[in-house]
Design a protein around this ligand. Sequence first.
Ligand code: CA
Length: 391
Amino acid sequence: MNRFAGAFAALCLAAAGTAAVLVAGPAAAAPACSVDYRVNQWQTGYTADVTVTNGASAVSSWTLTWNYAGNQSVTSAWNATVRQTGTAVTAQNLSYNGALPAGGSVSFGLQGTYSGTNATPTDFALNGVSCGDPAPPTTTTPTTPTTPTTPTTPTTTTSGPQPAGCSSAAICDDFEQQTGSTPGGRWTVGAANCTGTGTVAVDTAVAHSGSRSVKVTGQGGYCNHAFLGTSLTGVGSNHLFGRFWVRHTTALPTGHVAFMAMRDTADNGRDLRAGGQNRALQWNRESDDATLPAQSPAGVAQSVPLATGTWSCFEFEVDGAAGRLRTWLNSAEVPGLVVDGVPTPDIDQQWLARAWHPAVTDLRLGWESYAGDADTLWYDDVAVGTARIGC
Ligand code: CA
């Protein structure tokens, strides 16, 4: 619980004319979720206390979406990040209330304005799965016009367009919720094997979305690894899609570098790494140092450089069951960064020299240099899900 919940509950109890709506899935099957959306409204405004109960398996982060029928406009929220585009609303957990076990509930609140009828929202869905249609409101009793006491200091108020992919991805982070200098919440900073002078910090000077990104100041040398990492538990480690925006400063060098690593539990916990070599993007498998593409001139020519001084959209698909890997840069598939199961000289022949069925369990973004190459990078709008997210 948090320090605002008590005050808000007291506010609801004190206010006259509350309306409660219970939303639940069909009775025939266990509902994926249920939503209790309790409104306290006056002539032009309202607050809503929203409690969502997760009926499915445990999740480490949650996104609740719904649609308004009228002209309701959310103006602030607490205990969730709430965004609105037209009549569609998306509420996401904050760093401290993302974990939701099966059968568990979480509550958040919002305040908004409306005119006409403040109809009950519809199309509630938790992490993309419908909670079912709402039941009719039990009561709707507008009160005399008063302005309720606004809950003190909302933890987060966010408006504007959400990053692409946030509606469907299990993980989607634009870092706008970060309040400190070191990334927190689902993110941890560090490198398991060797840390040095590389740094990771929330940055307010450069951002792809909003006003925040994460800046990685990567230094040369193996023992200056610097990463921002998060678990992929609950995402579907055997077949996943990732997307992030990256902006860097120094062109990919001749030497081997990595800007992304994922622990592969099906490969003795060794990393599956994305980065560069010979001035072009490449994947590298830590366990046997295989590269994709092969580092022959013909192989490297099938990959592409990573532009400096501008944001690039990096997308990947890791399909463990099929043993396949695909990569897109700014929405275009990179032919040299594809493992398609059929050994192709200069591309995935070396990669497919042994059986490979990855199961990755974390995502780390940062910098790892095996020669002496340094770079400064920014990351923003990071998303991971089970379907392609897009840029
Ligand atoms: Ca951002």
